[in-house]
Ligand binder design. Structure first.
Ligand code: KIV
Length: 289
């Protein structure tokens, strides 16, 4: 039986009661189907789509159109899972109006339950307030925020000094006050993840932020051993999907080349023997074969 979709009320209760929230990225129908079957609580259709699926070397080129297509596919694969649509670069930076309109597309066209946006600048906080005021759920994202990668001098761990940690801790509070339903904290020391979680009244999710946060996110393709262009320190591998694909593709290529696949006694459609004989007779008559 399909499990009931969790809501923000469930996530608040889970955070309060210390029940960890299981969060994974997903980008397509099939993967989302397996995630839902496995009982994942929340799926992020992340703009990491750019690296993981589209082959870009950053998330900057990802468009709203890309995100909507993939978010729709994830919704079809996981109809009973809480889905977060990640707002791509330049879908919310320009104005509150654009941010609200694009958040609305995630909810209205793609069936997302919530949107997420990166950053803790004043304008990011304004966008969170505007999206919340428009009646949508919005998750903040602080710490290592790849859309600010150029300003951070690359995608490096954040909050490693007292001053930097304080900025994140205070920023998280401002994001909560602006109406965010939750915050994702990425790439910070465990002590900073803990401090942010302890002071928050909303669920704090972590990716590379230690074990203390209310839930954990990983990029699914990292944790199943599928994406191997680079692997962040905080990733644990639970599978070897890439290795299994390589083995299967190699074996298939060998069998096609050797003629051992397909085996007509197994992999071909059957036909009445009289029809087969008539077709062979026709070919012999017409083409002399
Ligand atoms: O796009 C994404 O998958 C993300 C995570 C890396 C946090 O934002």
């Amino acid at each position: 039986m399909a499990s009931k979709k969790k809501t923000i009320i469930d996530f608040r209760r889970m955070a309060k009661e210390g029940e960890k929230i299981v969060y994974l990225t997903g980008y397509d129908y099939l993967t989302a189907k397996y995630e839902e079957r496995a009982g994942v609580d929340m799926i992020l259709v992340g703009d990491s789509l750019g690296n993981v699926v589209l082959g870009y070397d950053s998330t900057y080129p990802v468009t709203m159109e890309d995100m909507i297509i993939h978010c729709k596919a994830v919704r079809r694969g996981a109809p009973n899972t809480f889905i977060v649509g990640d707002m791509p670069f330049m879908s919310y930076q320009v104005s509150n109006e654009e941010a609200v309109a694009n958040a609305g597309r995630f909810v209205k066209e793609a069936g997302a339950d919530c949107v997420k946006l990166e950053g803790l600048t004043d304008s990011c906080i304004e966008r969170i307030r505007a999206i919340n005021d428009a009646g949508m759920l919005v998750m903040g994202h602080i710490g290592l925020t790849p859309q600010f990668g150029a300003q951070m001098g690359g995608n490096k761990a954040q909050g490693k000094s007292y001053e930097a940690a304080l900025k994140l801790i205070e920023g998280a509070k401002r994001i909560e006050e602006a109406g965010a339903c939750s915050i994702l904290v990425e790439g910070v020391p465990a002590v900073v993840g803990k401090a942010i979680t302890e002071q928050a009244n909303i669920p704090i999710l972590g990716i590379g932020a230690g074990s203390y946060t209310d839930g954990q996110l990983l990029i699914y393709a990292d944790m199943v051993g599928y994406f191997d262009d680079f692997t962040p320190k905080f990733v644990k591998r639970y599978g070897n999907v890439g290795g299994e694909l390589l083995r299967a593709f190699t074996e298939y290529a060998e069998e096609v080349r050797s003629g051992s696949f397909p085996d007509d006694s197994v992999h071909a459609y059957k036909i009445n023997p009289d029809e087969a004989a008539a077709i062979e007779a026709l070919i012999a008559e017409r083409f002399g074969k």
